[in-house]
Every structure is written in C-alpha cells, then in structure tokens.
Design a protein around this ligand. Structure first.
Ligand code: GLY
Length: 354
C-alpha cells in the first residue's frame, strides 16, 4: 500500500512513497503551469517516459534538461546552463521545476529553483535509494566548488516529494548499497532495531522490508528537520560520518560514492569513540561488520593528507572548531566540538586501531 509522510516544516509538504505513484504530480500541476524537468542521461533512457506520459496525457507543457550523470555535473557551470535554458523556456515564478533523479539532480535542481527569479517551486522525484532517504527530503540544495563539496547552496523545501520504489530496481548493486549506508547511518544515530535490519539481513532491492526501511528513514530524518530546519542544532547529527566521509569522497575525485565514503567516515568515528572509551568493543565490531557487509566494491587507495585537507574546508566548521558526530552506542550519538588542529590526531586514532 502506498504511503504519505507529512513534513511539517516552515512550508510543510507531503512525501508520497510507493509504486505507480507518479500521478500524484497532478495534485500540484495543471495545464496552466510550465514544467521544467531536470534529469540525467541514464534516467532519460530508463524511466523518464513513464513519468512524462502522465504529463502528455494531461496536455501539460514541459521541457527537459538532461545532465551527464555524476558529481561533475553538480557545478556552477551547470547552474548557469540550466538557468539560461529556464529563461529560454520562459519559465516564470508560477511554474515548477521537477528534479527527476538521484542526489546530483535533486541538489542542483533544488538550487536552481531556489535562485531562479529569486525562487520558484520544485518537486523532488528521487530515483535512487540514497536520494529517497536523504537528499530529497529536508530542503538542502547545493552545488560543489573545486575546493569542496556542497560549498554553495541554499535551504529551499520542495513542494512535494514523489518516490516510486520501482525505480530502484534498475540501480546497480553498488548504487543501491550507496543508499544502504545512509540507512545504516539512521540506525546508528537513532535506533538500534533499525540498525539490526542491516546487520541481520542481506538487505537488497528485493527485500520485502524495502518500503518500511525507506519510510522509517524518511521519518527519522523528518523529525530532526522539523525540529531544526536550518541546521543549527540537532540536524547536525545527520552528519555522522560526513567530516571524513566528504574528505574521502573528494580526495578520491568522487570515485568513492557518497554513501560508501560516509560508511568509511562512520567507521573512523566509531573507532575514535571506542578509543576514547565511548562505544563498547562489541558495538564497534557490529558497526565494522555491517560496514564491510555492504561494501561490494574495491576501494581505491587515497592519501590521508588529501582527506584531511578536504575535511578542513568542511561546512561543519563554526568559529574555528569542527562539529563532529560521535556514536556513544548504536542508536545514540553526540555532537562534539573538535579544534581544527586536533583533527589529524583524531583521524589517525580512528584509522590505526580496530
Ligand atoms: N544530509 C543531511 C541533512 O539533510 O541535514
């Protein structure tokens, strides 16, 4: 059965979760609105037609902007191209942008919507597990700079989110597991039982718990986003594994995908926590074992210096200290402030022991 999750932030909206649910778009658009769909080449081949058929049937006027898949597209250059195309299509403030894709598409489409003519509405249609459980909900939009990931962005909540779980069936195992790491993250931050799903099962796209797993992830996220929409407090917990994770992702030139990099980052902070008498040996071993279980790829070797230099231009630095998220136990994390000159020491503490 399809589900609706309400996200009650400053501009509240619904997340539609289920199957064959693209028609929910018709709650938000009509033939008087122009639609500007931002997607990528893979989705154009695989899923776009199924979505645009609904628009065709209702005689809705739309245009597509197709990005190259991958993190390189999440740039200010792409933003300029997209916005020129929106202007050519005569998009106005009463029209709607659709982000049809994974995290890259969602982040850049949201950013363009937030600044085009000082802001127009957008709808997220996440097509990957990673985007469904994280970036499509919560209103963070972003593009990368050469000096760092997501360094330019804005907060702009979508008008709604429509997640059709069928799209996950065409993800590679690597791409699916990329999203599994973000789900495991919610388990370590919020809920031991949720973590156990990934420890006890070989969770994959055919699991009969897929819908429940995605629904819980969105619910975990929505609770903190409702409490701390603009990321000044509790929402920072969602950055578990991200300080070193973003560093790893960037130092590998994005060859290591976000979820896997965050997984490695979660390993490092769990080992740091154990060394500082936080998490128990037993729970550390459970985290290490679940991390290993979903790592179905060979990771390239990357230099610790590069990881650390990227970690030092992280958005989580405030007033010269970095906010780092450390597990106290599985299901409970805390935010600690780390002086920048201690970061290297902690990194080695988290990579040299087990
Ligand atoms: N991805 C973390 C957040 O949305 O706050």
């Amino acid at each position: 059965m399809n589900k609706i999750i309400e996200i009650n932030v400053s501009e509240s909206y619904k997340v539609y979760l289920g199957y064959e649910n693209y028609k929910e778009i018709l709650n938000y658009i009509d033939d008087k609105k122009k639609i500007f769909i931002i997607t990528d080449e893979n989705l154009k081949k695989l899923h776009l037609k199924e979505f645009t058929k609904i628009l065709d049937d209702e005689r809705i006027n739309y245009s597509n902007f197709i990005l190259k898949p991958g993190e390189d597209s999440k740039s200010l250059k792409s933003v300029e191209r997209i916005m020129n195309s929106m202007a050519e299509q005569k998009m106005s403030r009463s029209d709607i942008v659709i982000a049809f894709g994974g995290g890259v598409v969602g982040d850049i489409a949201g950013f363009c919507a937030s600044i085009y003519q000082r802001g127009i509405e957008y709808i997220q249609i996440p097509t990957t597990l990673l985007a469904a459980v994280d970036s499509s909900v919560g209103g963070k939009t972003a593009v990368n700079l050469e000096s760092g990931k997501n360094l330019v962005g804005s907060f702009k909540q979508p008008l709604s989110v429509i997640c059709n779980l069928d799209t996950f069936k065409t993800l590679s195992k690597e791409e699916f597991n990329n999203g599994v790491y973000e789900c495991i993250k919610y388990g370590i931050i919020f809920d031991r039982d949720y973590f156990d799903i990934f420890l006890q099962e070989d969770f994959d796209v055919n699991s009969n718990r897929l819908m429940e797993v995605v629904e819980s992830a969105i619910t975990f996220k929505s609770k903190v986003v409702i409490e701390d929409e603009f990321d000044f407090g509790k929402r920072r917990l969602l950055n578990l594994g991200h300080t070193f994770g973003h560093g790893i992702e960037q130092a590998s030139a994005y060859k290591i995908k976000h979820g896997f990099a965050v997984g490695l980052g979660m390993e490092i902070v769990s080992k740091i926590s154990y060394s500082l008498n936080g998490i128990s040996k037993e729970e550390l071993d459970e985290i290490l074992s679940v991390m290993k279980k979903y790592r179905n790829i060979k990771l390239p070797t990357i230099s610790p210096q590069d990881i650390l230099s990227y970690a030092l231009v992280d958005k989580k630095i405030y007033g010269g200290v970095i906010n780092m998220i450390i597990p106290k136990s599985i299901g409970e994390c805390e935010i600690i402030e780390v002086e920048l000159d201690k970061l290297k020491e902690l990194y080695y503490l988290g990579t040299n022991n087990s």
